[in-house]
Design a protein. Structure first.
Length: 140
């Protein structure tokens, strides 16, 4: 059965005015492989997640916590970041090639520019978007 939440363990980095900043380490798909040191392809990135929390004063730097988010929220974020960009890329490419009859090079540049505009719009509306993604935090 698939869990309704996506959770990561982390360490509290700092607490600032009602927000707890948690340092989590995300591993690549091969991060748990026994031969990762030999092949050199394993990646691990540290990320800091900000979690607005009414009880932020209860957390101290260095404390072990679990940060979670609803699975549906994660899927929505993936859809906005990747699926939306792909849809814009393909739509602009098809319109530029089939309807406008532009050359392949100009159509490709227009498609890339369209994705740039898409990400700029996401960036402009980032404050509205971030309110739809609610993280939870619990002590371990």
């Amino acid at each position: 059965m698939v869990s309704e939440r996506i959770e990561h363990s982390g360490i509290v980095d700092r607490v600032v005015r009602g927000t707890v900043y948690v340092r989590i380490t995300s591993h690549s798909a091969c991060g748990s492989c026994k031969a990762r040191e030999a092949c050199g392809l394993a990646e691990a990135q540290e990320k800091i997640v900000s979690v607005p929390c009414a009880a932020a004063g209860e957390y101290a730097p260095g404390e072990a916590v679990t940060v979670g988010v609803c699975r549906g929220t994660g899927l929505r974020a993936v859809a906005m970041a990747y699926v939306g960009a792909l849809a814009v890329l393909l739509a602009v490419l098809v319109v530029a090639l089939a309807v406008l009859k532009w050359s392949e090079g100009v159509s490709a540049l227009a498609a890339i520019a369209g994705v740039g505009v898409y990400y700029a719009v996401l960036w402009i509306f980032r404050r509205k978007i971030e309110h739809t993604i609610q993280f939870t935090i619990t002590k371990i």
